[in-house]
Design a protein around this ligand. Sequence first.
Ligand code: ZN
Ligand code: ZN
Length: 345
Amino acid sequence: MSDMMKAVALTGLRKAEIVLRPIPSPGPGEALIHVQHIGICGSDLHYYIDGGIGDKKVPYPMVLGHESAGTVVEAGAGVPRDLIGKKVCVEPQVTCGHCRWCREGRYNLCPDVRFLGSIPNDGSMSEYLAFPADRLVELPSSMTTLEGAMVEPMSVGFHAALRSDAVVPGRKALIIGAGCIGLCTLLALRKMGLTEIHQTEPLELRRNKAQELGAIVHDPRKESNEDLMRASGGEGFDLVIECAGETDTPSQAVELCRRGGSVTLVSMPAQTSLPFPTLQVVRKELDVHGLYRYRNQYAAVTEMIADGLPVREIVSHTYPLEQAPEAFAFNAEHKDECVKIILEV
Ligand SMILES: [Zn+2]
Ligand SMILES: [Zn+2]
């Protein structure tokens, strides 16, 4: 193989380009992965459109991507040779291992976390990736690397479901938003035994997808909060999970939650603070949960996907890696026509 590889880098606002980078060699404890599928995440798209998230700015050029799966082609010192040839997905976070949060098992909160494709770190949207072997999960033979790339967003969905103790069969849930993460959250709640799951989404394609995957869907442009309250049976939902990231959806989550219920805020709003109905949170004695990425999910999620969790249904488009510039442009300009794009190497 030649010693250069293609990678997708942001080089300016709304500019994703194919660049050449040296193929990395795996250091001690690392494996070299030939990446085969990589998802375009909402965060990649934020960087593309806005040049950053909040006060974090993209250091151009920066390689994007963190939702990847592929085949191990080389093992660094101390890594078992029998890993070579195995299909794997990549948990994209490396943590310090000794801070209070790492020791408590909440390693996603490690202040020294290095996350692929998150400012200022380069990501995995490239032909090869050298990464710590202990962050890889082997894919069972029944699973494709395309499904392997979906382990990342699906881990967010399960982490969102598990943040609340209100996920008990028989309870009524509402998910606000049916983008990729909203749909992954739907699959997680269903897998955990909830049967009545309502979901709001203004875009028809996404709403139809949610319905196919088992949600009772609502168009927030046509149905008011009063309508949704009635749909809950009158008292509000036991559990509301916010995955839309609009200015008014966190307050909507609080309004539509029943007394003593639970609200989980998943999406990252563009603004650092939003109006929030604090009085209702107090009077209704709500449990409000935040959420940051995921932890301890990769192995279990991989197993559930291999067992038939239909993540493939969420993928609306695939593009070859070379066409990443077109894929980003399409994703940014035709949000109503796509749910999830995955690049193929
Ligand atoms: Zn992601
Ligand atoms: Zn740590």
